[in-house]
Design a protein around this ligand. Sequence first.
Ligand code: TXA
Ligand code: MG
Length: 311
Amino acid sequence: MHTVYTTDPVAAAEFIRNGGVVAFPTETVYGLGANVLDSAAVAKIFKAKLRPADNPLIIHIADRDQIHQIAREVTGTARLLMDSLFPGPLTVIVSKSKAVPDIATGGLDTVGVRMPRLDIARRFLESCGVPVAAPSANLSGRPSPTTWQAVAEDLDGRIDCILQGGATEFGVESTVVDCSGSEPVILRAGSISIEQLRGIVPNIRTSAGGDETKRSPGTRHRHYKPAAKVVIIPHPDGVERSAGSAYIGIAGSTSPFDYQLVCTDADQYARSFYEFLRECDRRLIGTIYCQEVDETGIGAALMDRMRRAAE
Ligand code: TXA
Ligand code: MG
């Protein structure tokens, strides 16, 4: 398959309207989209990414009202979170309407909904005219792409089009909150912090391990992993390193690694993390040392991804 590259969201949306698959930027990471109402188009996402069939997709909408095309019931908590945080890096899980094919939700009777706020993403989704199912635009298991070049590295020749935007703002995925039950549960830490969510829904809880894998199948699969070995460390000094080692963190190191990135704060660390993992693979780095951060703000999502990369 020949992949078309474009900076025009309207041209990219044309491929969606014709049943194709298109990678597009959002403020979190790049997504790989298809018309959710067309099961043959959705199947192409799973094929291009080599994604396990039981891992449900997030459905992207251009405006709040579009949720009624894909949800059966929007609970009070979902409404509250949508009113405060849409458009933005939040996904709410609600019960699914019959219009959404089972392939998009891995057979679940719920659906994840997100309204991105990045301008080019919104113009793209508006032009699509339908809700767009989109997981992150990487080969399954690899770190999520934060640039169009990283998308091309994984998916060139496997998808119809890449909408070329800039590097993404947050660098980690949206926060996923299950609003389908009687009390809301955070299924995946992400760009919206737990503290921000507590400011809106004080009783929101984070899911306990066993429960989480049942409710959010995606968290069960291998994810975010580079080829290099990932090791989490408290501080770069005194680390006994092997040949071909890299370091990313906030503290500087007194002796340099073969490749390193010292970040000014946790926001920059999160924004740079996936691309750093990919760059280490390009440089054939053997071990990547990652400095741990406080699990507040974006730090909770960053530590979650770091642990998964290190598994
Ligand atoms: O920031 C993001 O969320 C990006 C951009 C492209 O929007 N998307 C993304 O998609 O990260 P993906 O497929 O890589 O991760 C989706 C996560 C998975 O952990 C999946 O299991 C969970 O959301 N999910 C989706 N629908 C669900 C549902 N109905 N119930 C529970 N979990 C769901
Ligand atoms: Mg993903």
